[in-house]
Design a protein around this ligand. Structure first.
Ligand code: ZN
Length: 263
């Protein structure tokens, strides 16, 4: 176990105080979208957020509004898809479904303006092992995000649980290098016991979010929006006193990095 010196302990404690004051998701959205370059000290590099979902429609449905707001605020946003949705279309082979759903992801990202990348797992057969832990960590090291949003871990869908745990592990082994927020997926049906710490008012971009969700044409999205996603956004909106909101759990603790100090 790493020995904690008094000096380091004080440094960490100061970081906690700073992060507690500055780290809610709305305050992150209001912060400068640019970060200082470590060499020149100039603020020129865009801050980056990753929205990591198990299936092709997950990033848009769980955090699409916040994603669009981050992009509007000047952030670089990458949708990371753990799988290509191979098991998601009845009557299609895994390869056929993956091809269709990859196109749907590209269409959704065209609407939101996010970049996208796919990982190597297979829908319905995702695994947690050393190779997959390493893969997630290498994505984090390559992209260097300051903010990551992924699935809440208590979820009835195995792939969502796997995705959440892989991201948690990458957070841990990247030295807690980013702010980690969990998002809910159809709470009551998939996410369970989700008690938000942060809300984002997405009313101004809800229509665009739904447009991006509807790009996932193979997924019965009109009914999913009507029966699950929109009622959830409205419920969170009631809690947050606005029309539509997305809700998150911010994972904080003695190891949470301070947004203002992150490079
Ligand atoms: Zn999913």
């Amino acid at each position: 176990m790493k020995k904690v010196s008094r000096r380091n302990w004080l440094k960490t404690s100061a970081g906690v105080a700073a992060s507690a004051a500055a780290l809610s998701l709305p305050s992150i959205l209001n912060a400068s979208p640019l970060r200082e370059s470590s060499s020149s000290g100039k603020k020129s590099k865009k801050r980056k957020a990753l929205i990591i979902g198990a299936h092709p429609d997950d990033p848009e449905t769980i955090a699409g509004g916040t994603m669009i707001l981050l992009l509007k605020a000047g952030w670089d946003v990458v949708c990371v898809y753990l799988t290509r949705g191979e098991a998601g279309i009845k009557g299609k082979s895994g390869k056929e479904a993956a091809e269709i759903r990859e196109k749907e992801c590209k269409a959704a990202c065209k609407v939101t303006g996010a970049r996208y990348r796919f990982m190597s797992q297979v829908d319905g057969a995702t695994v947690i092992n050393k190779e997959k832990y390493d893969e997630m960590l290498s994505v984090i090291k390559e992209e260097k995000p300051e903010l990551v949003i992924t699935h809440w871990p208590i979820d009835t869908h195995r792939d969502h649980r796997v995705c959440s745990i892989l991201v948690y592990d990458a957070w841990r082994y990247s030295g807690y290098s980013f702010n980690l927020f969990y998002a809910e997926a159809m709470s009551g049906n998939q996410s369970m016991k989700f008690l938000p710490t942060d809300y984002v008012d997405i009313t101004s971009v809800a229509e665009k979010k739904h447009e991006a969700c509807l790009c996932h044409e193979s997924q019965d999205m009109p009914d999913l929006l009507k029966d699950w996603h929109i009622p959830m956004e409205k419920f969170r909106g009631m809690e947050y006193w606005c029309e539509y909101a997305e809700a998150f759990v911010h994972l904080t603790g003695h190891t949470a990095p301070s947004f203002v100090e992150m490079k």
